[in-house]
Design a protein. Structure first.
Length: 542
């Protein structure tokens, strides 16, 4: 018997898998048990070829490999190395691997190839009590991002076998010179040992790594488009600042060329950097969804996703064949999801966003299983006033009928718009606004005000496990954070007249608190409530 460990991912949730291998006394055969999918079943041929070309051919007797728990569906090529090491241990070709977790794909020539999702896989194993990991060299930097993980990156199967006691006389170690580095040396972090038994490290990389990460964050912020580039649109700029400060969703309606897209593109630059827990969660999503070896540092800047209006429900929400994969909504977690020309999207795509806007999570059910992904993003919608876009102002040049406009905006359902806190009219720029040369606040100036407002929110909401006003529940808003009756007069009237729903009532209160945080006041007054109500009620009706 031989035994090793690997990790199966179901969504972002990882499960440690025990890989058992048994060498029988019957005719040559390779049996793989434990609900493997088609790509995992192909591992049998990859493993035989890799072992042969590395100088450690598998036994010619029957090999039975069982992936425990057997009831958990398993997919992908990340189990290749763990299966082969279990088989080699069963044959006595290597020593006991202990609690080392193996995650890598094998090439036919014995190379170790990087795989997707290495970060959430290592995170899951560390939470389960494992510490030592053997991965492909191309994944070593990403795996080393997880605190508590002792990572060894390898380029070839022969090097792995050598470190676990295989006879060096039989191994093909020099067939691929420099293979252990798989690309340039800067792909391997200073603290990750390339080759050598798991658990050994060549010093700490934390100082260098943190310096590199902070430098990358600074560079990313500098490369973002600046808010000072936007001419005019003072009201829209202020609404953008409020949205950034409180984490509120935003709808902008205006004619083509008014600056809606420019404003939306500058929202990510106003948001503060992600903290350690947020960065780890966001990076795990991108590790799972991106190409192999695509992650080399924690993602510290809020992500920005801008899918095309022809995007399908699966590409935005997530899904696909087999176990569901994350979509643009999950990739925008802790960042911004911008839907330009929002009424051009299919209505079912837009309505599918209603659930994550409320819960901050996407739970995808498919025949192959259920996967959950975090999706707490800021939604920004941009729309023209009509299909031809000329209905702004007096609208004398507009050729759209009333039915055309109704059909156009009908894709933005009432329940979806009710979840959008700020609904703003963006007007056509005048010549004076376009030609103005006055000083405009830059992204850095506004981002500092946003940071200070977020800090006030964090201190006020810390006892309730919250960080932003957009996350505050109606129970708290109407309970411990309840405003005095004189300051709610306008809001109460809007609710009584039916122009505001109960959900809209809570969202106006959230906006009021954000306005107060930006102003540096202890709590909102009637002025902040009035401004918040006007931001909520512009929308499509003006």
């Amino acid at each position: 018997m031989g035994r090793t460990f690997s990790v199966a991912l179901v969504g972002l949730n990882g499960h440690v898998v025990e890989v058992e291998a048994d060498i029988g006394q019957t005719l040559p055969n390779f049996v793989l048990l434990g609900l493997p999918d088609a790509s995992l079943n192909e591992a049998k041929e990859r493993i035989r070829a890799a072992a042969h070309n590395s100088g450690i051919p598998l036994s010619r007797r029957k090999i039975t490999v069982n992936l425990v728990p057997a009831s958990l569906p398993k997919k992908g090529s990340a189990f290749d190395l763990a299966i082969l090491m279990a088989a080699l241990r069963a044959a006595g070709d290597v020593r006991d691997t202990g609690r080392t977790v193996f995650i890598a794909e094998l090439g036919l020539d014995g190379r170790l190839r990087p795989v997707r999702g290495i970060l959430p896989a290592v995170m899951a194993a560390v939470r389960a009590g494992f510490a030592d990991f053997a991965v492909a060299a191309g994944n070593a930097r990403e795996a080393d991002l997880v605190p508590g993980a002792r990572v060894v990156g390898y380029g070839s199967l022969a090097r792995v076998a050598l470190d676990f006691g295989a006879d060096p006389q039989n191994l093909v170690l020099d067939e691929y010179p420099g293979l252990d580095l798989v690309g340039t040396p800067d792909q391997i972090p200073a603290g990750v040992l390339v080759g050598g038994p798991p658990g050994l490290r060549q010093g700490a990389a934390s100082g260098a790594a943190s310096g590199a990460v902070s430098g990358a964050v600074a560079g990313a912020v500098e490369s973002l488009p600046d808010l000072s580039d936007v001419a005019g649109q003072q009201e829209a700029r202020e609404a953008l600042e409020v949205a950034a400060a409180g984490g509120h969703h935003l709808l902008m309606v205006g004619p083509p060329g008014a600056g809606k897209t420019m404003l939306a593109e500058r929202l990510p630059g106003l948001l503060p950097d992600l903290d350690d827990a947020e960065a780890m969660e966001v990076t795990a999503i991108h590790s799972l969804d991106g190409g192999a070896a695509s992650v080399s540092a924690l993602i510290r800047r809020p992500p920005y996703e801008r899918p095309h209006h022809t995007a399908s429900t699966v590409s935005i929400i997530g899904g696909g064949s087999g176990l569901p994969r994350p979509g643009a909504a999950s990739r925008a977690h802790k960042g911004v999801l911008f839907l330009d020309e929002a009424p051009e999207y299919e209505r079912k795509v837009l309505d599918a966003l209603r659930q994550p806007l409320e819960s901050g999570e996407l739970i995808l059910h498919r025949s192959a299983g259920t996967a959950s992904y975090p999706a707490r993003f800021q939604l920004v919608l941009a729309a023209n006033p009509c299909p031809c876009g000329k209905a702004a102002g007096k609208g004398m040049e507009c050729t759209c009928s009333a039915m055309d406009r109704r059909r156009y905006f009908g894709r933005l359902s009432g329940p979806l718009l009710d979840r959008v806190d700020i609904q703003l009219q963006v007007h056509r720029l005048s010549l004076a606004e376009l030609s103005a040369t006055g000083e405009r606040d830059s992204t850095a100036v506004v981002a500092e005000r946003v940071r200070m407002a977020r800090e006030r929110q964090r201190r006020r909401l810390a006892d309730y496990g919250l960080a932003r006003n957009a996350e505050v529940s109606g129970k708290l808003l109407r309970g411990i954070f309840r405003l005095p009756a004189p300051e709610r007069v306008l809001l109460d009237r809007a609710l009584e007249s039916g122009t505001l729903t109960a959900r809209g009532y809570d969202r106006v209160l959230r906006l009021s608190w954000t306005l107060a945080d930006l102003a540096g006041t202890r709590r909102p007054g009637s002025k902040e409530v009035g401004i918040a109500l006007s931001m909520r009620q512009q929308g499509l009706g003006s």
